[in-house]
Every structure is written in C-alpha cells, then in structure tokens.
Design a protein around this ligand. Structure first.
Ligand code: PHE
Length: 377
C-alpha cells in the first residue's frame, strides 16, 4: 500500500516537473482574460473553451516552436477595473508575455494600455471598438491586435441591412453612454442610417445599472419607428426586449455581436436580427470541421466568441512559429506580415492591426438563430 502511494506521488511530482518545464524544452506561458462570472458569463465560457481547444491541439502536435503551451485563466468580468488587475497579475506575478482577451471593449482598452507600456502582446478575440488597437493620438499600439472586425464596419452593415433589406425608413436607438462598445456601435449606426436617407426618431441613453426601461420605451411606442436598434450585450437586450414586447412595440429589433449567447431571450427577440462574426450554419469545410470538433468536446455548438477565441489562439501560435520565438515584438512583426486562414475568415492585418473580413447577419426566429446573409467589407 505504502509503495503504491509512493509510486503515485513520484508520478505526480514528475508530471508537475514535466509540465512546468514543458517536457524539458521550457514552456510558453499565455493568459486568457475573459468574463467567467457575472452578467455576461457565457461570453467568457465560450472564449475560454474556444481558446483551450486550440491550445490542446497545438500541444498535441508538439507545442509551439517545440515548447508546450501553458495557460493562466483569469476572470476579468468584462469590466475595466477587474481586467486591469487581472492583466497586472498575469504579467507581474505569472510572467506572462502573451494575452488572449478581453472579450468586451471597455475591458480590452485599459488592458491594451498596460500591455503597451510593458511590451506585452495582446490579441482580443472579440473587442470591436477601434480604440483597442489605436491610441488617442491615432497611432497603432505596436503589440496589440484583434481577431475580429471593428464597429465602424459592423454598424454600417446593420444600418444598410435595415435600409436595404428591411426597407426601414425610421429608427429608434438606445445606448449605454458608459460602455465603449455600445456607444461606439450606436454612433456608427445612427450616422450610416441617416447617410442612407433614414431618420432616427428616438435616441435615448441609459446606464449599465438600469433595469426599468419603460420611460424610454414609451417614447418608442409613441414614435412608432420601423426598427429599434439595441447595440448592447444579451443580458441588457433581454430586459429591454421583454419590456418592449409588453408595451406592444412592433418595431423590428436589431443589434450587434453582443446578442450572441445561448442565454439570449429568443422569445422576446423573436423576429429580430443581429450582425455577427460567425455562423455555425456556414457550410465551408474549415467552419464545419471546427463546429464538429468543438461540439464533440463541449457538447454544444460554438458561438462567435468560441470561434474567435479559437482563431485568436491559432493566429498567436502561428505568429510565434513564424517569428521563431515567443517574443512579443517579433510576434507582432509576424502578424503584420502574415495571412491567417482561420475559422472566421482569412485574416491579414491593416495598419491599425485590424483584420479586414466579412460580417454575417443572423435572425432570431421561432426559438432558433438562423443565418441570413454575409456582408463583405
Ligand atoms: N464586440 C463586443 C465588444 O467589443 C464583444 C462581443 C463580441 C460580445 C462578440 C459578443 C460577441 O465589447
């Protein structure tokens, strides 16, 4: 009995030593920063799962540049303060030089400032606000990238879809002023909708703490617009949509990638449309191959967050191989030069470290989310 315990202990110790050393060749440490708890927890869970699938695949193939990848996961809560402490922790205490995250723009922007100051590489899978990769002075942050398109494109796709496909002439727009993503996307939608001849009849703001939207919904009811644009995350959109239905508002609800969640209220949002990065109904082989691997492993189809986190990790690891070393500046140079054929499209970077790629439009209908269209940049 005692010898068996000893053998077990020896095994555990040697496994620990092996993993710490990455099988003898040293390990490459990365961090995943994502909201794993709170209002938008499905964002973080999908992001972690998508990135971890890529890590496991690379490690099974022998790692990156012959080294195993080691991952530190932090719950950065989709919030500036929590994300800043998580970033400082992984950089200063864990010695991480490569960050995948955050999901939400308001969290990714402050993380990008820390990463820039400390010459740490950051790739956000999903943060679509332009300020993640570009500073206030207009210069590109040298080691900051993303795997997704940006909101000036996403907002334009939403506005054009409303005007051209839905034949909308009038709109109402709700926005949370304190959220970089929501404010940015709302502004682009309004500008593009008006530039295309549409009229915005109602523009109302709320705060992240609000849960009663009846006062501003009454204005929508009175103005009776063709569409109601709700560019927030699913947790808030669920509340607004349920209250809108209760009030008898018939405007078609429209939104952005923030709607993408298994917890989206598909009853309250029935008939609505949203712009997104990915559809699991896309028939391309690279997409269906990923959908199968992900579903086999996690028991549910991947959403856009899972797909983009998988892509961000693959871009990072391919960049490390192209660079020949795990050095943030060298990896950044490799990304600037390379083209990466990933699940959400073919990624090559513009001068602002943004991929130029297509968006999809999805419809919520009868309890399902269905692919409607692909819109190229
Ligand atoms: N684009 C959102 C942001 O920048 C994050 C997000 C992306 C959420 C994709 C859901 C799906 O904050």
């Amino acid at each position: 009995m005692r010898s068996r315990v000893f053998v077990m202990l020896a095994l555990v110790v040697s496994m620990l030593v092996l993993s710490a050393c990455g099988g003898g060749g040293g390990a490459v440490k990365i961090a995943i920063l994502a909201p794993l708890s709170g209002d938008v927890a499905t964002f973080g869970q999908s992001t972690r799962d998508g990135a971890m699938l890529a890590v496991e695949e690379w490690n099974a193939k022998g790692g990156v540049n012959g080294k195993q990848i080691e991952v530190v996961v932090e719950d950065s809560q989709c919030a500036a303060e929590a994300a800043v402490s998580a970033a400082n922790k992984v950089i200063d205490q864990d010695g991480v030089k490569f960050i995948i995250g955050e999901v939400c723009s308001s969290a990714s922007i402050p993380v990008s400032e820390i990463a820039t100051a400390k010459t740490v590489f950051q790739i956000s899978p999903t943060s679509t606000n332009p300020s993640v990769t570009v500073g206030e002075d207009g210069t590109t942050k040298p080691t900051i990238f993303r795997a997704c398109f940006i909101d000036p494109f996403q907002g334009k796709v939403g506005a054009k879809f409303a005007l051209e496909n839905l034949g909308a002439k009038t709109a109402a727009v709700f926005l949370d002023q304190g959220n970089d993503y929501v404010r940015g996307l709302a502004e682009v939608f309004i500008a593009e909708f008006e530039a295309g001849g549409g009229q915005v009849l109602v523009k109302e703001t709320y705060t992240g703490d609000d849960s009663d939207f009846s006062a501003i919904l009454t204005k929508v009811k009175d103005a009776n617009p063709d569409v109601l644009y709700l560019p927030d995350y699913y947790s808030t959109v669920n509340l607004i949509a349920a209250q809108a239905k209760e009030k008898g508002i018939t405007a078609v609800m429209l939104g952005g990638d923030g709607w993408d969640s298994a917890d989206l209220d598909r009853t309250a949002l029935d008939g609505g449309y949203f712009t997104n990065h990915f559809s699991d109904q896309d028939t391309r082989a690279i997409v269906q191959d990923f959908v199968k691997k992900y579903s086999d492993k996690y028991g549910a189809a991947p959403d856009a967050l899972a797909a983009l986190a998988y892509d961000a990790a693959n871009i990072l690891f391919k960049g490390m191989e192209d660079a020949g070393k795990a050095d943030p500046t060298a990896v950044a140079a490799a990304l600037e030069k390379g083209t990466f054929d990933v699940v959400s499209g073919s990624v090559s970077y513009d001068a602002s470290h943004n991929p130029v790629k297509a968006a999809v439009v999805l419809q919520v209908k009868d309890g399902a989310v269905n692919y409607v269209a692909t819109v190229a940049p």
